[in-house]
Design a protein around this ligand. Structure first.
Ligand SMILES: [Zn+2]
Length: 210
């Protein structure tokens, strides 16, 4: 003897409307007519809504943290101003997606989530890989130059004595012997030339993010 499946749901809040004395939703106050099926929702509609809501929630749980992570990574790759812009996009875009879900437009909400993610994640992912390669290269270069200073007493005139791990990123580096900076000065950028990661024996590791 199971309980009968509900057949009528409020269009406003999906409250079960079966076997009610009046024709008004006790949860949100919306009126319905038990004889007019266009004034209440069927079981499948509710199931559909719940399924889409779950999809949006799962996707948001994956994408929103990634949006934030890659927007913050932009500080190192394309500088402070661009990081702020990407964070703004992540917050506002995902807020809009949340709003769309609240007004029961789960498919549009899902599209909004994907658009925000596509605008932020792929580009910063590529730059993140580049950042790792360039940072690795920078440490090797500095190590090489330190060895030269110890061995010869001064830094070499250029980087011709150094073999790059990744020759494709060679152009990201600038180098010069520099007595004022303690022997040499090397700088590099990741995503935009407007930013500058630097090292010199006198100043150590520095970063100017715009
Ligand atoms: Zn209701």
């Amino acid at each position: 003897m199971g309980t009968r499946e509900p057949t009528k749901f409020c269009l406003g809040c999906f409250y079960v409307l079966d076997n009610l004395p009046g024709e008004r939703c006790p949860e949100c106050g919306r009126q319905f007519n038990a004889l007019d099926s266009s004034t209440f929702g069927s079981t499948s509609k509710r199931a559909d809504w719940l399924r889409w809501r779950r999809r949006v929630a799962i996707l948001a749980a994956i994408l929103v943290p990634l949006d934030i992570f890659f927007a913050l990574l932009a500080y190192e790759t394309v500088g402070e101003v661009n990081m702020v812009l990407l964070l703004f996009l992540a917050v506002v875009g995902n807020f809009v997606a949340c709003f769309l879900l609240l007004i029961r437009l789960p498919k549009v909400s899902l599209i909004a989530l994907v658009i925000v993610a596509v605008l932020i994640i792929p580009h910063q992912f590529v730059l993140g890989i580049k950042y790792c390669m360039i940072t690795h290269e920078a440490k090797r270069i500095v190590n090489h130059l330190d060895q030269c200073l110890i061995r010869d007493g001064n830094a070499p005139p250029d980087l011709s004595g150094y073999t790059f791990c990744f020759s494709s990123i060679q152009e990201h580096f600038k180098y010069g012997p520099n007595k004022q900076h303690g022997g040499f000065f090397v700088s590099w950028y990741v995503g935009t030339r407007g930013t500058s990661h630097r090292y010199s024996p006198r100043e150590g590791w520095r970063y100017y993010p715009d």
